[in-house]
Design a protein around this ligand. Structure first.
Ligand code: ATP
Length: 474
């Protein structure tokens, strides 16, 4: 299974990593996460599909908040207690050192999810929280601030524990805590990640520990480096990714069982399918719940066409014919396999077009860099596979070419992926254009299934008819 292979591959990667020392605030990071990402993934199809890689990419790409117009839904454990929400960071009465940290990061006001989550997380007595919102909406920054607010720097023992599904995700989150705590140097952070070897006798003095479940569990139980009874805040980040990784669910529950009853439990997830919900309920007793729904995508404002061809080469010729029309905006071209994507981008380049290729054999860092360049408009066309770009939002794309139509493993239309590729949310509801390349009976079938599913006719486009092509781009 993909997730198992991912876990194994990460294990392998981590076990070959040299020992790293503890990383403290105000000290150079001994092991930069980016060096780590520079290793190419070995098992392509299993790894790129993996949720952890997606999640990491999203974290690296979201250098600013993702805006949503959807309202936050709050379910309070005690519906009679007043519901606080804040519009400014000042209202939270944060320590000066932390307020400086927040402003230094360029945050002017709390994000939608932070407006409600922060007062709840900082309340006295502590309240448990389950929060769900899509990537980039400010969850990490929220719990980083909550942990930093809760610690007593005079106490030289671990008070806040945060677990993340992978080594890289832990480092990424640690970076946020470090940045936010920049003006609060008395608070120290340690990384409980494989490779970070500590002696059994060591008593950890760092007030915040972030790590992966296995190592955190070792530090709490086997090595007794952390006294779990002294933990007052427990954060479980990326719960949806966590449960997809074999063994992490049990380890997380075992850690949680060692914590005192009064410890504040906080759980975050980008998605909320039933399995995540069941897990969340086991880890977070009596929770308050905050949800920020993802905006629905629709096909209402999209002009959809198909082009009939005989084979791959004809599809390429058709694509070249409409190329001028599609590149007035930014375009994404989806291929079924990595190989086709590589071939297509090479052919387009040969024709003198400037295109970017996002491919599965690239490291996460390389992929993040390519998406970043594309977002900045340095390339106007991005050729990719579905696997590679799943879960990644590039809002400004208004033209999508399905060089291959999305299909499931049984060869039927993958309607959800189709919608995700070309749909627009209410907020970004500007007009879009989708062109589907058809070169077989099967792809025609898929197209028909898509038409039927969305109850929307897809018109034929003659890619030799210049007048018609002109029309589509207006
Ligand atoms: N209040 C804020 N104002 C401005 N920017 C913010 C605010 N909160 C967070 N950000 C920025 O928005 C981006 C996304 O925030 P964050 O990483 O906390 O989101 P997230 O929901 O945790 O996403 P993910 O699930 O991918 O980790 C980051 O670059 C972060 O620095």
């Amino acid at each position: 299974m993909a997730t198992d292979s991912w876990a194994l591959a990460v294990d392998k990667q981590e076990s070959t990593t040299d020992s790293v020392s503890l990383v403290y605030f105000n000290l150079p990071i001994i092991m930069s996460p980016f060096n780590y990402y520079n290793r190419p993934f070995t098992c392509h199809s299993c790894l790129v599909e993996d949720k952890a890689a997606q999640s990491l990419l999203n974290k690296m790409i979201h250098t600013s908040l993702v805006n949503t117009t959807n309202q936050v839904e709050v379910l309070q454990r005690d519906p009679n207690s007043p519901l606080y929400s804040v519009k400014t960071f000042e209202e939270l009465r944060l320590k000066d050192e932390l307020l400086r940290g927040v402003y230094d990061m360029g945050f002017n006001r709390p994000s939608k999810i932070q407006e409600n989550a922060l007062p709840m997380m900082l309340a006295e007595p502590p309240q448990n929280l389950i929060a769900q919102s899509q990537s980039g909406t400010g969850k990490t920054a929220a719990f980083a601030l909550a942990m930093l607010s809760h610690v007593d720097p005079a106490n030289k023992w671990t008070q806040c524990l945060c677990i993340a599904p992978t080594y890289e995700l832990a480092l990424q989150t640690g970076k946020v805590i470090e940045q936010m705590g920049k003006f609060y140097p008395e608070v120290k952070l340690a990384y409980a990640i494989r490779g970070n070897k500590l002696d059994r006798e060591t008593k950890l003095q760092e007030q915040i520990v972030i790590g992966t479940p296995g190592t955190v569990l070792d530090w709490c139980s086997k090595l007794k480096i952390i006294d779990p009874k002294k933990i007052s805040v427990f954060v479980l980040d990326e719960a949806d990714v966590m449960i997809a990784t074999q063994g992490h669910q049990d380890q997380s529950i075992r850690i949680q069982r060692m914590l005192p009853n009064e410890c504040q439990m906080l759980l975050f997830s980008a998605t909320f399918e039933d399995s995540v919900w069941k897990f969340a309920e086991r880890v977070v007793p009596d929770p308050n719940i905050i949800k920020l729904k993802r905006e629905e995508e629709t096909l209402d404002t999209i002009k959809q066409y198909y082009v009939l061809c005989n084979d791959k080469d004809e599809k390429f010729t058709a694509l070249c014919n409409i190329y001028g029309a599609i590149t007035i905006a930014q375009a994404m071209i989806f291929c079924h396999t990595r190989r086709t994507a590589g071939w297509l981008s090479a052919e387009l380049t040969k024709e003198g077009h400037v295109v970017a290729l996002l491919s599965g054999e690239m490291t996460v860092e390389q992929r993040a860099a390519i998406i970043e360049r594309f977002r900045e408009g340095k390339e106007k066309v991005l050729v990719t596979t579905n696997v590679c770009s799943r879960g990644i939002d590039v809002e400004q794309v208004s033209v999508v070419i399905n060089f291959d139509l999305p299909m499931d493993k049984d060869g039927n239309a993958d309607n959800e992926t189709y919608l995700h590729r070309i749909g627009r949310t209410g907020r970004f509801g500007k007009r879009g254009l989708a062109v589907n390349m058809i070169d077989s009976k099967q792809s025609m079938n898929i197209l028909n299934q898509i038409e039927e599913h969305f109850n929307k006719k897809i018109n034929k486009l003659d890619s030799d008819d210049l007048d018609e092509i002109e029309k589509i781009s207006n």
